[in-house]
Ligand binder design. Structure first.
Ligand code: GRF
Length: 215
């Protein structure tokens, strides 16, 4: 099967990047990471990529304040240079612009540590705890022009326990993130994702892309 060429955009520790790398190396994902780009010079993600001989670059956002389109044009250039087909945001702490969206129409994915549309934005595990929800989870979605609003591909649900802290809940969610991001990428690689309006269907039908997990 053809391997889909990924460009992974990161800003930090890169545990989702690592899970994608591991799933590829263990043959669970027909993909190849063509490039990792970080907007932070010292992101641990860059080290992770280089350890696996994956091209990894820092594209500095310095001097691009208020010029996000120009910064995104730099990203597009790098991604195209490496022949990237699918862009995966994995803890990339920047809002992307139409420049990137137009270069990769319906070809940008994001992972979010909550059950969208609940708790978009930042610090969402804490927000979920404070709100008192009994379940939270994570979402892989296509990226559109707004933050955390694009069509949902897969969600995994985890319980919120009485003694949870932000850290314990985040860890439980993260474990699922590491599974469903690769699963969504694999569905893309197999050409199985079909978007109709806000809904994403898995062709062949009947596939269940909501994942319920136990504590
Ligand atoms: C994850 O929780 C992801 O859902 C969110 O940012 C975090 C990135 O973590 N978008 P990591 O860098 O992949 O470890």
């Amino acid at each position: 099967m053809k391997k889909v060429k990924l460009g992974v955009l990161v800003s930090g520790r890169g545990s989702n990047l690592q899970a994608i790398i591991d799933n590829i190396e263990e043959g669970r994902l027909s993909a190849e990471i063509a490039l990792v780009i970080s907007d932070q010079p010292d992101a641990f993600s860059l080290e992770r990529a280089r350890k696996h001989n994956i091209p990894a670059v820092h594209v500095s956002a310095k001097g691009y304040k208020g010029r996000r389109e120009e910064y995104d044009a730099l990203l597009v250039k790098e991604l195209q240079k490496h022949d990237v087909e699918l862009v995966c945001l994995a803890g990339f702490m920047r809002i992307i612009t139409p420049v990137l969206l137009k270069a990769f129409p319906q070809r940008i994915l994001n992972i979010h540590p909550a059950l969208l549309p609940s708790f978009p934005g930042l610090h969402v595990q804490m927000a979920a705890l404070k709100h008192g929800v009994k379940f939270s989870g994570c979402t892989v979605h296509f990226v559109d022009e707004n933050m955390d609003t694009g069509p949902i591909i897969i969600q995994a649900v985890v319980p919120v326990l009485d003694n949870d802290t932000e850290d314990s809940l985040s860890a439980r969610i993260l474990e699922q993130e590491h599974k469903i991001y690769s699963r969504a990428i694999q569905l893309y690689a197999e050409g199985k994702l079909r978007i109709e309006g806000r809904r994403v269907f898995t062709s062949g039908g009947g596939d269940q892309n909501g994942v319920l997990t136990n504590p």
